[in-house]
Each structure stands twice: as structure tokens, then as C-alpha cells.
Design a protein around this ligand. Structure first.
Ligand SMILES: Nc1ncnc2c1ncn2[C@@H]1O[C@H](COP(=O)(O)OP(=O)(O)O)[C@@H](O)[C@H]1O
Ligand SMILES: [Mg+2]
Length: 208
């Protein structure tokens, strides 16, 4: 069985990750691939339980360092129970957020030592890095206004304030420089059709 490919989507709130994940999966399936759609935090029953702890409540409920540990605990379960079995079964996995969100939310924007995050990544993800990471680039005010109405009970990160979201945007913009073999910036402005044509061009060029 040929191992599947692992694609992650990253970027700030409202950048269009979930919209483009749905389109990408439809296009891959139309091309004859089996695809598993998943997301973080969450993506397995245990990881979804941890998600409920991290995305709800007051902004200061957890320190960024504790958040990082919770995120990687969830990621460990998600890899073991969902991602690895799917890839080994030959499916492609499309994951809405993954370890780069820990690098940026807890590391760049949250102030956790990058070496602490990289040690967790090496221990938990190790060689199972994504084959391709699409990084959606959109000014944070545009993303937050797109996302605006939906906040609801999972709004803990949205509530962290403008400075936090500016640091997020800068952190995401820097990812393709930090991980040039894996991360590709996608201009997330314009309508969803225009964005998807950029996504599909990158996916077909990088993964065939
Ligand atoms: N290219 C686009 N232009 C305008 N609105 C968009 C675009 N892509 C997505 N949206 C809308 O913006 C909101 C946030 O998009 P979403 O895909 O949920 O972003 P994310 O998953 O990155 O937070 C949704 O209401 C979605 O329908
Ligand atoms: Mg989303």
C-alpha cells in the first residue's frame, strides 16, 4: 500500500482554511483520491476532549506554555488514532491546522521559547511531518471580520486582543522562510474561487 500524503492548512482566524479544505478535498476526491478530513485541536475523540479545554473559557485560563503541552498531548492522540492509520491505509489526509499553529500561537504570539515547541514537535511528530503546508496569508483585520459573527463558545483565542492577532499574522507570514521545503504561502485575498485556484496550482505542482 502506497502511503498517502499529508497536507496541512495554516493561518489566522478567518483566513479561509476551512473553506479551502472543503474545496481541496472535493477536488482530490474528484481526482480519484481517498481523503480523510481532520482538524486541530481535535481530530480524534480524545483530542476533541482536550480541544474543549483549550478553546473555551477566559483568555488567561491556561498559560501559553501549558497550552503548548495540551496541544501536543492532543496531537499525539490525533496522530496515533487518526492521521497515521489513514496515511498507512493509503488515504490522503487534509488537516485544518497542525503543529505550525503551536509554533505561532504559543511560540511567536504567546512567547513560549521556540526551543520548547521544537522539542515537543520532535518528540511527538518526529518524522511524520506534513508533506505540504499551505499558509493562508490575509491581513488579520480582514480575517477577523470574515470570521466575526461565528465566535460563540469556542472564542478563547479570538478574545486575546489585537496585538496577539498582529503577532500571529507576522508569525504565519514567516513560516515559508523557516520551513521552505514544506510551507508555501497562499495569498488568501479575493473570492474563494480565486484562492482555490492558487491552492490547486500549489498542490498539483508539489504533490502531482
Ligand atoms: N475568499 C473569501 N472571501 C470572503 N469570505 C470568505 C472567503 N473564504 C471564506 N470566507 C468566509 O469567511 C469566513 C471564515 O472562513 P473560514 O474558511 O471559516 O476561515 P478559517 O477556517 O481560516 O477560520 C466564513 O464565513 C467563510 O464563508
Ligand atoms: Mg476554520
Amino acid at each position: 500500500m502506497t502511503r498517502g500524503r499529508f497536507i496541512t492548512l495554516e493561518g489566522g482566524e478567518g483566513a479561509g482554511k476551512s473553506t479551502q479544505a472543503a474545496r481541496l478535498i472535493a477536488a482530490l476526491e474528484a481526482a480519484g483520491r481517498r481523503v480523510v478530513r481532520t482538524r486541530e485541536p481535535g481530530g480524534s475523540p480524545g483530542a476533541e476532549d482536550i480541544r474543549a479545554l483549550v478553546v473555551r473559557g477566559e483568555a488567561a485560563r491556561w498559560s501559553p506554555r501549558t497550552e503548548a503541552l495540551l496541544m501536543f498531548a492532543a496531537r499525539s492522540d490525533h496522530l496515533e488514532r487518526t492521521i497515521r492509520p489513514a496515511l498507512e491505509d493509503g488515504a490522503w489526509v487534509v488537516c485544518d491546522r497542525f503543529a505550525d499553529s503551536s509554533r505561532i500561537y504559543q511560540g511567536v504570539a504567546g512567547g513560549v521559547d521556540p526551543a520548547f515547541i521544537e522539542a515537543l514537535d520532535a518528540a511527538v511528530v518526529g518524522a511524520e511531518q506534513p508533506d505540504l503546508t499551505l499558509v493562508f496569508d490575509l491581513p488579520p483585520d480582514v480575517g477577523l471580520s470574515r470570521a466575526g459573527a461565528r465566535a460563540g463558545e469556542e472564542a478563547r483565542f479570538e478574545s486575546k486582543g489585537d496585538g496577539f492577532h498582529e503577532r500571529l499574522a507576522a508569525g504565519f507570514r514567516d513560516l515559508p522562510r523557516r520551513f521552505p521545503d514544506r510551507c508555501v504561502a497562499i495569498d488568501a485575498s479575493g473570492d474563494a474561487d480565486a484562492v482555490f485556484s492558487r491552492v490547486w496550482a500549489v498542490v498539483t505542482e508539489r504533490l502531482g
